[in-house]
Ligand binder design. Sequence first.
Ligand SMILES: Cc1cc2nc3c(=O)[nH]c(=O)nc-3n(C[C@H](O)[C@H](O)[C@H](O)COP(=O)(O)OP(=O)(O)OC[C@H]3O[C@@H](n4cnc5c(N)ncnc54)[C@H](O)[C@@H]3O)c2cc1C
Length: 445
Amino acid sequence: MSFNGKLRAFAATFPAEVVLPGDDGYDDARLVWNRMVDRRPAAVVRPARPEDVVAALRFAREHELPIAVRGGGHSIPGLSTCDDGIVIDLSRMRGVEVDAEHRVAHVAGGSLLGELDEAAQAAGLVCPVGVVSHTGVAGLTLGGGMGRLQRRYGLTIDSLRAVELVTADGRLVRASDDENPELFWGLRGAGANFGIATAFEFGLHPFDGTVTHGVVTHPIERLDDVVALFRETVESGPDEVMPTLAVSRDTVSISVLHCGASAQAERDLADLRALGPPTDDTIEVKPYLVAQHVADDEMEWGHRFYMKSAFLRTLPSAAVHRCAELVADAPAGTEAALSVWAWGGAISAVAEGHTAFTGREAAFWISAEAQWDDPELDAPNREWVRETTAGFMPHALVGRYVNDVAEAGIDLRSVYGEGKYERLVALKRAWDADNVFRLNQNIRP
Ligand SMILES: Cc1cc2nc3c(=O)[nH]c(=O)nc-3n(C[C@H](O)[C@H](O)[C@H](O)COP(=O)(O)OP(=O)(O)OC[C@H]3O[C@@H](n4cnc5c(N)ncnc54)[C@H](O)[C@@H]3O)c2cc1C
């Protein structure tokens, strides 16, 4: 039987959904969030249960097809799709069950952040996750997971209790502090390398769901004052305060989420609001779930995107100045920004060696980001990001956030540091010696 015949036969017996080239919906099924990525898989398979994941994996291995695994499809380099291989798309395996008594969320492998947020908040609880609700829980968590509550409750992996996954040889295993603990260590930061996560278990935190959140915006001429205030807020503010600095062509702004009581927030944010006056101040008391959706439209599917980030211990004024000049000079037709997030707090309370994620000693995460639509701007924007980040790279600490790495095939020692990298190679040899899971930031066995 021809390969196409075998594929059709597989599709006919597969208990869940298979989308093949030529089928209605194939062009939607092959898309990922970043429109720079345009690939044509041999099939997009949408399992409904872990057993279907095993069946899809076996078929792909039998025919030596590349396997791409998709959660929310937000991978910036487009690692959740491929040419001529099988995409195992978990979008039909969604759902969050919260055990309020034990403060635990059981999350199916294809769920989105918004689903976890809503289910946890319905029980007066929270898991710290990212800032765009249509991001996948799986990809975000397996890389680390930064977000608006990170200084108070840590990275998403710091609330992770267990992962269920299908391994390269088709077994369903569980990893936690008690079961396969070394695998659990690696899953928290390099997790796309070791299997297909079909479910996650998170410990949740009591959270009344009222936050003080918004943005103060200033003209770019006030850059020095705003950066100084941001630095001061990061260095001396309590863990309830999560400020983010954004420099665009003509404005500089600080977004902030305060997750403590509103009276405390009023006091803690007074200096931030007093500078200026700002040209705009949208800070107000609101439900956490509202704050968790404010960036959804701006970061919708279908644009082209490139970025590079680093962890810093300090925020040097000269480097920020140089980056701001480059932001102002970004290619026309591009939404270009420099973004700096506060780090520290609960993130740095976890020992650096505790998880594969590397970068807990930072005080700041900094990134240059470009979003555009015209394919002609791909090369100039990549170049712009590289040039802009070159200004702060000399100050970067060892370690990068793997989920921000927009290139594929880089030396992952720069992401994990030498020691953790060697430990991850040993783990990869133990769990995926044939490198079945290689469409990721790949630890080569
Ligand atoms: C708009 C946008 C906003 C973002 N905001 C944040 C943020 O606030 N905080 C933050 O930390 N990061 C953020 N990120 C980065 C994000 O964490 C990564 O892009 C992440 O990989 C996305 O996960 P996903 O499941 O949506 O992606 P996918 O593209 O589906 O997958 C990403 C990677 O994970 C692997 N993978 C996916 N599902 C599974 C699974 N079930 N088992 C094993 N491997 C799997 C894929 O193979 C791929 O290598 C954002 C990205 C975007 C595009």
